[in-house]
Structures are given as C-alpha cells and as structure tokens.
Ligand binder design. Structure first.
Ligand SMILES: [Zn+2]
Length: 128
C-alpha cells in the first residue's frame, strides 16, 4: 500500500464519503453548515468593504469624496449631505429650464440664419 493510497483511505474515512467512518455524522450533520457559514462570511466581508468609510456607519458608500480614496454615504458625504434631496419636481423644473434654453437657442440660430441668408427658416427639416 503506497502512502498516497493510505492518505486517500484516511480522507475517504474522515469525510465519511462511503456513508461510514468515524466522522460521517459530523460531515453529514453540523459540518455541512461550514459551506453556508462561508457564504455568510463572504457577504459580511463584502458589506464591510462597500460600506461608508465613516466609523460605525453601515450605509453603502456609493459616493467618492473628491481628492481622497474615501467613499461615503449621502448622509456623511461633505458635499451631498448639504444639498437638498432630488425630487420629481426638481427634475421636472431642471428639464423645463433646459428645454426653454434649447428653444431660445434654436430661435436665436434661426434669427441669425435669416439675417445672413435673407431666407425664412421653417421647422427643423433640412433645406436643399
Ligand atoms: Zn455614512
């Protein structure tokens, strides 16, 4: 019997692969939870890696602090924490301001085009 064969037999018995052995009860019972504990540990390590760098804060740190290697949650970020929360009304107002500016720019461009060419520009269809 070679030494590798002996080691294989010992592992076969230790892990209870054949359904027998001194540790079969452990590996088929409590020992089978080791894999689940590994998953739980990986989740905890992942959360600790992603959370806010403020000590004791468990929020996810999504926002980089400019000029530093730190990430912070919205509550602890030095800039975002001082700004109001974005709401649908704020987004609608910003959208309307951009659209109004674009309409004004378009009107101004048409006015300049009319002055240069003396032609009336109608709509957005390209003229040939
Ligand atoms: Zn935080």
């Amino acid at each position: 019997m070679s030494i590798l064969h002996a080691i294989g037999n010992w592992l076969y018995s230790f892990f209870g692969i054949g359904g027998t052995g001194s540790h079969y009860g452990f590996w088929s019972g409590t020992g089978s939870d080791i894999g689940e504990l590994t998953i739980v540990g990986a989740v905890i390590v992942g959360l600790r890696h992603m959370n806010c760098h403020d000590t004791g804060c468990w929020r996810i740190g999504l926002h980089k602090v400019d000029g530093t290697p730190y990430k912070a949650c919205r509550k602890h970020h030095p800039v975002l924490s001082k700004q109001p929360r974005i709401t649908a009304e704020i987004m609608a107002k910003a959208h309307e301001e951009v659209q109004a500016q674009r309409r004004a720019d378009s009107a101004r461009i048409q006015e300049i085009h009319q002055q240069v060419t003396g032609q009336q520009v109608t709509g957005s269809t390209p003229s040939s």
